[in-house]
Design a protein around this ligand. Structure first.
Ligand SMILES: O=C(O)CCC(=O)C(=O)O
Ligand SMILES: [Fe+2]
Length: 237
């Protein structure tokens, strides 16, 4: 716990002697501030890049987990949902594995995203209903061509997240997330560096993953709104 931070400093004396509770509470104070920044950025520009949003222990554990998976844990990623799902290796050739709360480490990531969901609904009334996410592994040479995660009015995915798990990534390694808005010029070019979290409005920013020269790990996820219609319970779109 650091006394130099004004908010932490204020509570430091109070919590001296009970470090576990203090750290837990302080990490909540940290995440509330991060949720403020995310909410402000979504209102102002529609996206944010945060170099170290989650507690370091969670990033490290997620990296250890994805790096320990055998090859057969991953499935080739496809394009389109449900009945429209198809493999299209000319568009993307990464491999994925969905997260589930059955694993302790994955549960910690999902729990942080649940706090973010509640935090954003409270601040922006976004009506975020649930969250789904998968690990992604891009082998050297893999890419994901320019796409949007959601088409306006045709999807229940409203907010995209990407979290990177690549220690010591160099600019020359490629594998950038390149984001566009209205023009052909990119608005952002993001290195997939360990601990970086990107959050953006799903229907607003076409984006691509450029070819990487080394193995690239990430967790891509989407907050969804509930689009239950009549007898169709939250249909996939
Ligand atoms: O890994 C990334 O940087 C982005 C991945 C992506 O765009 C997606 O999975 O939809
Ligand atoms: Fe995407």
């Amino acid at each position: 716990m650091s006394d130099s931070d004004p908010v932490k400093g204020k509570y430091a004396a109070f919590f001296r002697g009970c470090p576990v509770e203090a750290e837990l509470l302080l990490s909540d104070i940290d995440s509330e501030r991060i949720f403020d920044s995310i909410a402000d950025a979504l209102t102002e520009t529609g996206y944010i890049v945060l170099p170290a949003a989650l507690p370091l222990g969670i990033s490290d554990a997620l990296f250890t987990r994805i790096a320990s998976f055998e090859d057969d844990v991953f499935r080739p990623a496809g394009v389109g949902r449900a009945a429209e799902f198809q493999l299209n290796p000319f568009v993307r050739n990464d491999e994925i594995r969905w997260l589930s709360s059955g694993d302790e480490v994955e549960a910690q990531y999902l729990a942080w995203m649940e706090k973010l969901r509640v935090g954003l609904n409270r601040r922006l009334f976004m009506g975020l209903f649930d969250y789904e996410c998968h690990f992604a592994r891009y082998m050297p040479g893999a890419f994901y061509k320019k796409h949007v995660d959601a088409f306006k009015g045709r999807t229940n995915r409203v907010l995209s997240t990407v979290f990177y798990l690549n220690p010591n990534w160099a600019v020359d390694d490629g594998g950038h997330l390149v984001m566009y808005e209205d023009s052909v010029e990119p608005i952002a070019k993001i290195s997939p560096l360990m601990g970086t979290l990107v959050v953006f409005l799903s229907d607003r920013f076409p984006h691509e993953v450029t070819t990487a020269s080394r193995l690239r790990y990430s967790i891509a996820g989407w907050f969804r709104v509930n689009t239950t219609l009549g007898s169709h319970i939250d249909p996939p779109q």
